[in-house]
Design a protein around this ligand. Structure first.
Ligand code: GLN
Ligand code: ZN
Length: 763
């Protein structure tokens, strides 16, 4: 019998129950027991849900109160010394101190660094290791959760993050080689495996997603040593799970490891099935990841069935498992909660529960083709209805994409000429000052929006409120002497949602929550159809703000790559194609802003870097279309209209060519946290256009001193020409409070003035 299983399930709960429980525990409103009870209820509910949907075996220990990477570090006692006393006295307090930091009763511990989990929008905490690190088992979470699942009557398979991926994803604080810690770590894994074996686990899933990355020889060698060692002891059978892409050149390695089963991603790595079947040693279980664990579309089951049958022909009935491509952590729980979506659109979607139902149907079809006929026919109808839908495919969008305009990616003149035209129009001083767009989204602003949405504040009153906020923001910027103003973005909920809500081709779910980190969730828009813009989206607010002042007002847009990156994207055409459609819609907005008298326009692309594919060989193709899309949206304006872009990260070195190729007149970037380290990229590469290296770290409530900002600008002057430099914070100010912002920006303007007046000599 073919087994249906999953690699992991969302932990947060269909209605974000875990978020509510965590936050009330952190506030001190509920106890640790309350929190643990909610956590246990969620685990039970999710196991049962998976069973009901058709899973034969459910994963366990995939649950985490905050993050599975942190759980792994905690489990192996990889706890930095500073947190140890707390963790020993109160494990839960120690755990959350690592996750969130603590600042109370004389304890001052920062949170661990957080970073993206591969190319998903989930973020994990980066364990901090050091040379000579000791590991030991702390607690028995995997065993306890296995026993808990079994006691509830489930066939459960514990999930562990594998030792090599754990080390590769961690960092050492002393610069030592993290992979060198493998030999110290392996005995603890072996001990854990034997404990799971004794507890009665037949199988353990060991996740090694790093096997889909480019690996060096040391990492490959670590894999061989690790699994040779783990194969020896008393242990359950091991399922080595790889996901988020094809194994590629690591396939021989994955097949050489002495494990009992291999999971492969057959959504992103569809083409690898043949090769996998060729290389997989006889007798191994193949877990076929046939259903997309990263996106919310129904699977083409006819196609999946062909692959499943093909695989079954090679490995046999009993050695084939059917599974989503990766953990279901990256999709919402259950589509059933969505009552407001159009019926046809809803019929095209599958959340976690529906994905398991699809797998069940596939397994049934393998067993008895006739029994699954009706289900497969329904699935076929849905695919067909989506393929033919006029809601999805709009000829006018296709026509526009094929028009010469879509190929117009060049401004009229090269930058040096534009620079002269813009200087004439804008007449800005040296070291011009600006901000990144948003001003504090205070409680009043959020409440007014919520009340308006709930019908408790009339549209007219809400409008008046927003106008007043905007005006106050403009007056403030004038008063402190900012050169290029912004309107403050008070009318926006979120930088993608605000645009998605106004564009055709986007839909919004009610409960389509996905964990971003800890208790933080996002509800990505669903791009289901051809994207177009029917009316201006931002012009009214920019125009109003410009009417209040003689200084240049900067129009503020979210760029095409970022809109794409933070949405569930359609899977029936390439990401590049969808991105081009968004770019063309934004191009219209840019031109409308220009026509309305907005002559400085910022197109934010904070996610350009995070869109990078996992494998280096795929980078250039991505960067080519991403840059092209930005240029489509920007290239329509006249030479003297100044285009800005903004990015908030500090690793630039490896994509600096692409950033320059965007050809924005001005770019603002995050630098203050890294003390301008980012500018290393500019030592070798002469960035041709203007650049505003952020001098005020908006992620911290700390107000920088004027001399700190001058100091950072001095560093910038060491590698950039003075006439290239803008003075601005490092990102939007929406999470900050007015008192800090007032003070920090006043100091920032003073710093720019000091440089301008030559009071500070160039380094
Ligand atoms: N313009 C946006 C803001 O200021 C940019 C946000 C971002 O970079 N993430 O909020
Ligand atoms: Zn930013």
């Amino acid at each position: 019998m073919t087994t249906v299983t999953t690699l992991g399930f969302p932990r947060i709960g269909a209605k974000r129950e875990l978020k509510a429980a965590l936050e009330s525990y952190w506030r001190g409103d509920t106890t640790a027991d309350d929190l643990q009870r909610t956590a246990r209820d969620l685990r039970h509910c999710h196991w049962q849900l998976q069973r009901d949907a058709g899973a034969d075996v459910v994963p366990c220990n995939d649950f985490a109160l905050y993050d599975h990477m942190l759980d792994t570090a905690f489990l192996f006692d990889a706890i930095p010394d500073a947190y140890r006393t707390l963790a020993d006295a109160d494990p839960l307090a120690g755990y959350f101190a690592l996750a969130r930091g603590v600042q109370r009763d004389g304890t001052d511990l920062r949170a661990l660094e957080m970073t993206k989990w591969f190319d998903t929008n989930y973020h994990y905490l980066v364990p901090e290791l050091h040379a000579g690190q000791d590991f030991r088992l702390r607690g028995d979470k995997p065993v306890a959760e296995f026993l808990e699942a079994r006691a509830a009557g489930h066939a459960a398979r514990p999930v562990l993050l594998g030792p090599v991926s754990f080390l590769l994803l961690a960092k050492t604080v002393d610069g030592s080689d993290r992979v060198a810690l493998l030999d110290r770590l392996l005995p603890v894994y072996a001990d854990l495996l034997s404990k799971l074996h004794d507890a009665g686990a037949d199988w353990v899933q060991i996740d090694e997603p790093c096997l889909v990355l480019d690996l060096d020889d040391a990492a490959r060698d670590a894999y061989l040593r690790a699994y040779a060692a783990l194969a020896k002891g008393t242990r359950p059978s091991l399922l080595l799970a790889t996901y988020f892409g094809r194994l590629g050149d690591n396939l021989p390695l994955a097949c050489a490891l002495p494990v009992d089963g291999l999971h492969v991603d057959l959504v992103r790595g569809k083409e690898q099935l043949d090769e996998v079947l060729k290389q997989l040693p006889k007798g191994r279980v193949l877990s076929a990841g046939l259903v997309d664990g990263r996106n919310i579309w129904r699977t083409n089951l006819d196609n999946a069935l062909i692959l499943a049958k093909y695989a079954q022909g090679h490995v046999g009935k009993n050695a084939l498992w059917l599974s989503p491509s990766c953990s279901l952590l990256h999709v919402p729980v259950d589509l059933a909660g969505e009552k407001a979506l159009p019926v046809d659109l809803k019929s095209w979607l599958a959340f976690a529960r529906q994905k398991i139902e699809e797998l069940r149907l596939l397994a049934d079809a393998l067993q008895d083709p006739r029994a699954a006929d009706a289900g497969l026919a329904l699935a076929r109808d849905r695919i067909e209805s989506r393929r033919q839908s006029a809601r999805v495919h709009r000829p006018e969008v296709a026509a526009r994409l094929a028009s010469p305009e879509a190929g117009d990616i060049d401004r009229d003149s090269p930058y040096p000429q534009r620079r002269i035209a813009q200087a004439a129009l804008l007449g800005l001083p040296a070291y011009p000052t600006t901000t990144i767009g948003s001003f504090p989204q205070t409680r009043e602003v959020r409440e007014a929006r919520a009340r308006n949405k709930a019908g408790k504040l009339s549209d007219a009153d809400y409008e008046t409120f927003l106008r007043e906020e905007t005006e106050r923001c403009v007056r403030f910027q004038e008063a402190i002497g900012i050169d290029v103003l912004v309107h403050g973005e008070f009318e926006r909920n979120d930088m993608v949602e605000y645009f998605g809500e106004q564009l055709a081709g986007f839909a919004f779910t009610k409960n389509g929550w996905v964990q971003s980190y800890g208790s933080r969730c996002v509800k990505p828009p669903v791009i289901y159809g051809d994207v177009s813009r029917s009316a201006p989206m931002t012009v009214r607010w920019s125009q109003y703000a410009q009417s209040l002042t003689d200084r240049p007002m900067k129009g503020m847009l979210t760029g095409p790559v970022t809109v794409l990156q933070w949405s569930f994207v359609r899977d029936d055409q390439t990401r590049a194609q969808t991105c081009r459609q968004i770019a063309l819609a934004l191009r219209d907005e840019v031109l409308d802003l220009e026509a309305a008298g907005i002559r400085v326009i910022q197109i934010d692309e904070p996610t350009l870097r995070e869109g990078l594919p996992l494998r280096r060989v795929d980078w250039q193709a991505y960067l080519d279309w991403a840059v092209e899309c930005f240029r489509i949206s920007a290239a329509g304006v006249a030479d003297d209209t100044q285009v800005h872009t903004h990015m908030c990260y500090s690793e630039f070195n490896d994509i600096i060519d692409a950033v320059a190729a965007m050809d924005a007149d001005v770019i603002s970037i995050e630098t203050s946290r890294s003390r301008m380290e980012l500018l290393d990229a500019f030592v070798k590469f002469r960035y041709p256009n203007d650049i505003g290296p952020g001098v005020y770290d908006i992620h911290s409530p700390r107000i920088p001193t004027g001399s700190e900002m001058i100091d950072l600008l001095e560093k910038a002057r060491a590698v950039l020409a003075p006439e290239q430099i803008w003075v601005n914070p490092d990102c939007g100010l929406k999470t900050r409070g007015w008192p800090e912002v007032r003070e920090a920006l006043t100091r920032m303007v003073a710093a720019a003035h000091a440089l301008r007046a030559g009071l500070v000599r160039a380094a």
